[in-house]
Write a protein that binds this ligand. Sequence first.
Ligand code: HEM
Length: 436
Amino acid sequence: MTYSLLTKRPVPSLRDYDINSKRGFLPEHDPLLSLQHPYNCWDDAARQLPDYILAGCARRQLNKLPLLHATNLTTDAELQRAYSLLSFLNHTYVWCEGELNPCHVLPANLAVPWMEVSKSLGCKPILTHSSVVMYNWRRLDAEGPLDLTNLAALNTFNGCMDEAWFYLVTVAIEALGGPALEAITDAMQAVNNLNAMIVAERMNTLADRIDQMTEIIVRMFEKCDAKVYYDDVRPYFGGWRGNPVLPNGMVYEGVSETPFYFAGGSAGQSSLIQSIDIALGVHHSPTNQCPMGADFLESPPVTDGESPSDVKQILAETPSVDSVCTYISTVREYMPRKHREFLEALMEAPSLHGFVQSPHGSADAKHGYNRAVLALENFRTKHIKIVATYIITPASKRAPSLASYRGTGGSSIMPFLKQVRSETREQLVTSNTEHS
Ligand code: HEM
């Protein structure tokens, strides 16, 4: 590919998309710790969720909450806090009786404000990466760093350290998004200015930041036990799209009598990793294992009289209806509106891949670009190992005869993750493609 001098393209400004050059997609100010009256009843309920779940009275207690409209929640910080709290409350309501006994109707007191707040933020009324990670942390020392030595989770389902650690490792990775995204947009500006030296320098910065993200992701093993994650945390992230135990979706009482179908929460909804993919020009094509364009909403029938283990088996064996493209573009709908718009703008920005291969690129620029690609590939390799430990192994202990397992977001996990990793490596620029 030759980079044309005529292809100057606009580089999105981070500020225009609620992105901070220090914190990336995390909110510019630390999340609120509580809401004002009357909304503070959601704070109180969320704080008690582990006790409600333990005592087996979660639905009874949550039914007592008043129906509050979100009208008086006006600032982004209030809306984000409310969205996070309502995600915890609603998902507790659905999954507190076990992953095979969900409720099929969300009561109006939880559903209505959740829908209103989600509309204001431009995301889906379902637990997302934003609910449990982006808006769910505080710093222990308010002046201290935004890293694992200084972070605590605001809410959890189970009150256990493993769950908090799962969220906080992800927050610490997101916090590196600031310098990573700044490196990306600087490098793109440098492409417009045909400045290969800056491109090289900023690509090396990006590679360093991705390496740091990898150092953090492997720390998941330190304080998040795989069995606790699989048995006690992950079930709460479940959604109602392509989910065999909720084949008819979820009715949001007081919102609509027609059920909604939304996929469950996953760090796959992170805008950060998608931004890096787009910046490096990583293309995701459909997987071979499933028909392209298959209906993401489709789910297998669950007939009456099936035992829980039968249902679990269906859950595990259902062939994926997703494709990588479908997954990558669908999860964008689960991101806050501004972040989704940033990804769209980034897709129109100058091509780093095209530039480093062009006569204007330099050996250093190419080297820096390749370092970033390899760093992202390595991040994905470590992530795959985590998925093997936290999902595949515990799942196989329950049902050893089954070969594949489905992810929270409804994808057939391993083939999908491996394909995404090989597509990353394919971006490497070789000396064969070097022009002068
Ligand atoms: C115990 C820890 C983790 C587990 C078990 C896990 C599991 C998964 C699973 C099953 C998928 C497949 C898609 C889906 O089901 O939604 C996935 C995708 C993904 N996860 Fe994780 N994940 C973990 C931690 C993280 C962290 C900390 C990040 C950092 C942001 C992350 C980022 C991603 C991304 C970006 C994808 C989309 C595929 C890709 O771009 O490579 N995950 N994860």
